[in-house]
Design a binder for this molecule. Structure first.
Ligand SMILES: *[C@@H]1O[C@H](CO)[C@@H](O)[C@H](O)[C@H]1NC(C)=O
Ligand SMILES: *[C@@H]1O[C@H](CO)[C@@H](O)[C@H](O)[C@H]1NC(C)=O
Ligand SMILES: *[C@@H]1O[C@H](CO)[C@@H](O)[C@H](O)[C@H]1NC(C)=O
Ligand SMILES: *[C@@H]1O[C@H](CO)[C@@H](O)[C@H](O)[C@H]1NC(C)=O
Length: 367
């Protein structure tokens, strides 16, 4: 056993991870996995509920552990108050609380008077509560300069919180009722890398909505009410998810200015061939493109840089080699590794004879 593990502590964490995997299916934290930095002492479980005996972990400073919460000895700065039917944030938060788990309760507000106690907060997880309207607007978290993750997925917020601390790295607000984002909402959040806004009511993005987001990497605005690809997106974005919006068309300059764009998801957008401009995906940095569950009848033009293309569940009848290799001749070839075309209206025998010259590094094709 000892030879398999660097230390006894690592073994314990591994066992906890395995248990965790089987217990978190009801809360997905916005569908994007969490990076856990164990060197920083970040807890590797998001909930103690359904564990063998949570009270066994309530060993750290029981006298300062707020009623209704678990204070595990493994993570002395973590406070687990999730799934307790709480209607408010527990009073008397220990001053040194860094990781506060309040998901799956009935909390309607985050009062600054209660949170003011815990200024060392690094993670605040309030997914699946009843946070309403624009109650989070206002500088409730202004003084929490250590705050890195704020998760408030699955609430009833109608606005993005303002005045968030400048060190914030992830803001997850998926499945709320946000219908617009005011100018300069994110001003100063230059370290924000992940912003989840899927499952809201957004229709447009204003010119200054995303001002200040200089390092945003992942932006998910799927399942909103956009009728066209929003403009004024942060130019730093590498992963752009827009699946589940009803786009009637994709214009020539839909993704112009996104100079680092690598991963683009446009699944279930109702896309049809006449509406997709041949230049729409001419983004030379693109690596992965998800166009599954649309209504395309011909393969669309994609850049030769593309390595993963998902076209399953469309109505494709025609495989155009020029979609992948616009210039004839051996110097130009597609970098495609995985091509999914299953669930369409064509068969393997319909591939043009010379397709292997163009798709010469292909590892898998599904038809
Ligand atoms: C929230 O309160 C409602 C009733 O007001 C109750 O039905 C529901 O189970 C509560 N949810 C949680 C997570 O406690
Ligand atoms: C933040 O700190 C300042 C100065 O200590 C104080 O005046 C202000 O009320 C605090 N804000 C909140 C929301 O607690
Ligand atoms: C942003 O992150 C960098 C690198 O981790 C850090 O040096 C800087 O202080 C952070 N900025 C803020 C406002 O926290
Ligand atoms: C893509 O755009 C560039 C200019 O940005 C252009 O030179 C190139 O011809 C375009 N590619 C195709 C296949 O049209």
């Amino acid at each position: 056993m000892a030879s398999l593990c660097a230390s006894a502590l690592l073994c314990v964490l591994c066992v906890w991870d395995c248990v965790w995997a089987s217990h978190t299916s009801h809360v997905d934290y916005g569908g994007v996995p969490l990076w856990i930095d164990r060197l920083l002492g970040e807890p590797s479980v998001m909930s103690l509920n359904d564990r063998l005996d949570p009270y066994r972990y309530q060993a750290y400073n029981p006298e300062t552990c707020p009623h209704g919460c678990f204070c595990p000895i493994q993570w002395p700065t973590a406070l687990y108050c999730d799934q307790r039917a709480l209607t408010g944030v527990p009073a008397g938060l220990p001053e040194d609380t860094q990781y506060l788990f309040l998901q799956s309760n009935n909390i309607t507000t985050l009062p600054s008077s209660v949170l003011a106690e815990a200024t060392e907060l690094r993670w605040l997880i309030v997914d699946q509560n009843q946070l309403q309207g624009d109650l989070l607007v206002g500088p409730v978290l202004q003084n929490h300069t250590e705050l890195r993750y704020l998760f408030a997925n699955h609430n009833r917020l109608s606005a993005v919180p303002r005045g968030l601390p400048a060190g914030l790295r992830q803001l997850r607000l998926a499945y709320n009722q946000i219908s617009s984002i005011g100018a300069d909402t994110f001003q100063g959040l230059q370290n924000l890398t992940v912003l989840l806004l899927q499952g809201n009511h957004l229709q447009t993005i204003q010119p200054k909505s995303f001002t200040g987001l200089l390092n945003l990497d992942l932006l998910d605005m799927g399942e909103n009410r956009f009728k066209s690809v929003p403009t004024y997106l942060p130019s730093s974005v590498q992963q752009l998810y827009l699946s589940g919006n009803a786009f009637s068309e994709l214009g020539e300059s839909s993704f112009v200015g996104l100079e680092r764009l690598k991963y683009l998801r446009l699944s279930r957008c109702g896309l049809q061939n006449p509406g997709v401009h041949p230049q729409a995906f001419n983004v030379s940095t693109l690596v992965e493109l998800d166009l599954s569950y649309n209504r395309l009848i011909v393969t669309p033009m994609v850049p030769t840089s593309l390595q993963y293309l998902y076209l399953e569940a469309n109505e494709i009848q025609e495989f155009k080699l020029s979609s992948f290799c616009p210039d004839e001749g051996s110097l130009s070839y597609s970098r495609m590794r995985i091509l999914r075309m299953d669930g369409n209206k064509m068969s393997y025998s319909q591939l043009p004879l010379d397709w292997v010259y163009c798709l010469r590094v292909l590892q898998n094709i599904f038809i």
